[in-house]
Ligand binder design. Structure first.
Ligand SMILES: NC(=O)c1ccc[n+]([C@@H]2O[C@H](COP(=O)([O-])OP(=O)(O)OC[C@H]3O[C@@H](n4cnc5c(N)ncnc54)[C@H](O)[C@@H]3O)[C@@H](O)[C@H]2O)c1
Length: 304
């Protein structure tokens, strides 16, 4: 199987590349390296095309693939530039979608739990969407486009995956948009008290990137178009994360609480309804405890 992974030099994309290669697939990474970490691709065999998904000429030169996994996007959810966000995340998505339609290639793409905003939880795929920032709106546009054109376009398969909060190896390049688990780990490693918004009881559905990569690749086997939540189906607090990190790092650092500057647009509670994911025989295997343990033991402590 030959697969094109856009955003393949990024966090989730490079984990997807690794999972595909483990399964014997031949992978081509399409990434403009605007927000990537080249180290993510060391030890992987994938061919690399350094290009922008907005470049329409690019697709004319592309060979045929069996599948495209589309991860490329602007992932800084605090970026205020609406034009840039919609251009890359939505127009870029449409270019990839149209390429798949023209060549009759399966498409799995990254959407986001951000589309639910502060809507009711557990969040179900068919509930009304309330994107609270331009990033979430750009993903909402992708889902709406996929729903409207998937059948008409004759693409063999279109699957949108609404990732919840992903953490794990290969996120070091993301800086302030890396997972809170990684950012708190870095603070605690320096011996500093972990800084979180008052009073740490905001809850999120955290999912380990190994689960996300496996689910993303397995989604290529679905028989029907779908939009699926990709979460564990459990909401865990930032206080719980800190106690998990303390346990795995052999520390006992107390949280340092501060006012949330994003109050009003911040998702205070996210939890995936993972029923549809499970119905499609896809589900997360790592609990928060197991995920953090694997991440620290096998990657962060081992400097991988
Ligand atoms: N990490 C999460 O928790 C999370 C949650 C929900 C959704 N997502 C989505 O998952 C996908 C992957 O996110 P990630 O966390 O790996 O982020 P990331 O920033 O590490 O990866 C994105 C990659 O896309 C590339 N890219 C950006 N603009 C591009 C362009 N115009 N042309 C080509 N390449 C471009 C970047 O260089 C980077 O390598 C994104 O679509 C993101 O919106 C992530």
């Amino acid at each position: 199987m030959k697969v094109l992974v856009s955003g393949g030099a990024g966090f989730i994309g490079s984990n997807v590349v690794e999972t595909l290669e483990t399964k014997g697939a031949k992978v081509v990474v399409l990434d403009d390296f605007s927000h990537a970490g080249y180290k993510n691709l060391l030890n992987l065999k994938a061919e690399v095309i350094c290009a922008d998904i907005l470049d329409r000429d690019l697709y004319r030169k592309m060979p045929k693939f069996d599948a495209v996994i589309h991860e490329a996007a602007i992932t800084d959810t605090t970026l205020p530039d609406e034009r840039k966000m919609v251009m890359v995340n939505f127009e870029g998505f449409k270019n990839v979608f149209n390429f798949c339609a023209a060549k009759k290639i399966k498409l799995v793409y990254a959407s986001s739990a951000g589309v639910y905003g502060n809507g009711p939880s557990p969040m179900k795929e068919d509930q009304s969407l309330e994107p609270h920032n331009i990033y979430a709106y750009s993903k909402y546009l992708c889902d709406r486009y996929a729903k409207a054109y998937a059948l008409k376009s004759k693409i063999p398969l279109v699957v949108g995956l609404r990732y919840f909060n992903v953490y794990g190896p290969r996120e070091h390049h993301k800086g302030s948009s890396a997972s809170m688990i990684y950012q708190l780990y870095l603070q605690m490693k320096e011996g500093k008290r972990p800084r979180i918004f008052k009073y740490g009881e905001q809850k999120r559905d955290f999912i380990y990137v190994k689960d996300v990569a496996r689910i993303t690749v397995d989604a290529l086997k679905l028989k029907k178009n779908a939009i699926l939540n990709v979460g564990c189906g459990a909401a865990r607090s930032f206080n719980e994360i800190i106690s998990c990190l303390n346990k795995n790092m052999g520390k006992s650092l107390e949280p340092d609480y501060f006012d949330n500057p994003y109050a009003g647009v911040y998702q205070d509670f996210t939890c995936a309804d993972s029923g549809l994911l499970k119905k499609n025989k896809l589900s997360a295997e790592f609990s928060l405890e197991k995920g953090i343990e694997d991440y620290i033991k096998n990657y962060l402590s081992a400097n991988r």
